[in-house]
Design a protein around this ligand. Structure first.
Ligand code: 5GP
Length: 201
């Protein structure tokens, strides 16, 4: 049987990755979303084991040393990491899984698991990104400035990904990603098992 597809989604803060992943999960039956471990404190409404596995720094470092992460990175002062065992279990079971992670993490996954599909989400413009972050109302002026500078610098990394999707309208962006996933699942390289089976008869 073919293995599942590992899909990595990254992009600047405010580009809409979270909303897009949520919509994809709702629309694609059986699509799994990887739950990361983090040392960040839970925000209101976040659920342990669903939003993240919330752990302390000592435990996080222990897991790094035990090589339990497929990738990990420090983002805005907190550690975030993708549990290797859970992701590989889903892929072996033939399930597709999405990782919504930052660029540093995505580049590690690309190195460790090049079979993955790497998608970079962009806002239609930096002005629009600024508007979205301001509207969210969670960040101070200084933090917004920092996020904007980061977003500007991160644009260079778009070329490390397989696909770039501009999120000018959520539904359109979700449709594009669904098409990418469908096409990727039908690549000849992922059809070896089916081709062998057809030959058997
Ligand atoms: P937040 O704290 O807002 O949930 O996430 C902050 C950033 O961390 C986002 O860019 C998000 O994509 C990234 N992130 C979340 N989980 C992981 C992970 O497991 N690994 C890496 N490298 N980044 C992550």
């Amino acid at each position: 049987m073919d293995n599942g597809l590992l899909v990595v989604i990254s992009g600047p803060s405010g580009a809409g990755k979270g909303t897009i992943c949520k919509r994809l999960k709702e629309e694609i039956k059986d699509l799994k979303v990887s739950v990361s471990a983090t040392t960040r404190k839970p925000r209101e409404g976040e659920i342990e084991g669903t939003s993240y596995y919330f752990i302390n720094e000592e435990e996080f470092i222990k897991r790094i040393n035990n090589e339990e992460f497929l990738e990990y990175a420090k983002v805005y002062g907190n550690y975030y990491g993708t549990p290797k065992r859970e992701v590989f279990k889903e892929l072996q079971d033939g399930n597709d899984i999405i990782l919504e992670i930052d660029i540093q993490g995505a580049l590690q996954v690309k190195k460790n698991y090049p079979k993955g599909v790497f998608i970079f989400i962009l806002p239609p413009s930096l002005t629009e990104l600024n508007n979205r972050i301001e509207k969210r109302g969670t960040d101070s002026k200084e933090v917004i400035l920092k996020r904007m500078q980061c977003a500007y610098d991160e644009l260079d990394y778009a070329f490390e990904y397989d696909y770039v999707v501009v999120n000018d309208e959520v539904e359109a962006a979700v449709e594009k990603i669904k098409i990418i996933i469908l096409a990727e699942k039908n690549r000849a390289i992922r059809k070896k098992a089916i081709i062998s089976k057809i030959r058997e008869v």
